[in-house]
Design a protein around this ligand. Structure first.
Ligand code: ZN
Length: 147
């Protein structure tokens, strides 16, 4: 259950030990990534680090081994806009479904090749979900400190 948050920590060089709680780590990730938005670009797009409520959604879905279609769209647009490569996207969706490259369209059996849904999101350059939309769906709350 902690593996995904640790994966994100490693991505942003956030130190973590087994005694750190998830919320503590999510706040550290937020601190560590708050400066990234303004300085890093992929192509013409600014990289937007994943918001902590979406990281929590991913972690929840990994834990229950299931994710709905809209949740997958939320996750995919979030991590694509965060600049995650196919390998990372593969890791995340395979962790959720816990099966090798099934025909769900989100990942393939090859970690270097994206699923067709991911290709589509990339080719349309879809934005991640707005905070308002996330609140509507129940992924985010007014209290969440995410942008
Ligand atoms: Zn939020």
């Amino acid at each position: 259950m902690r593996n995904f948050v640790e994966f994100v920590c490693d991505k942003y060089d956030v130190e973590h030990t087994v005694s750190n709680g998830v919320d503590y780590l999510l706040n550290k990730i937020e601190e560590a990534t708050s400066s990234i938005t303004a300085s890093t670009c992929i192509g013409n797009e600014y990289i937007k680090p994943p918001r902590k409520c979406v990281i929590k959604l991913i972690e929840r879905n990994i834990e229950r081994g299931h994710s709905g279609h809209e949740e997958n769209n939320i996750i995919a647009t979030e991590i694509i806009n965060a600049g995650y490569r196919n390998k990372d996207i593969h890791f995340i969706f395979e962790s959720i479904y816990n099966e090798a490259g099934a025909d769900w369209g989100w990942y393939t059996s090859n970690p270097n090749t994206a699923g067709r849904q991911i290709e589509q999101i990339r080719s349309k350059a879809l934005n991640r979900y707005s905070k308002d939309k996330l609140i509507q769906i129940g992924v985010c709350t007014e209290k969440c400190g995410c942008p």
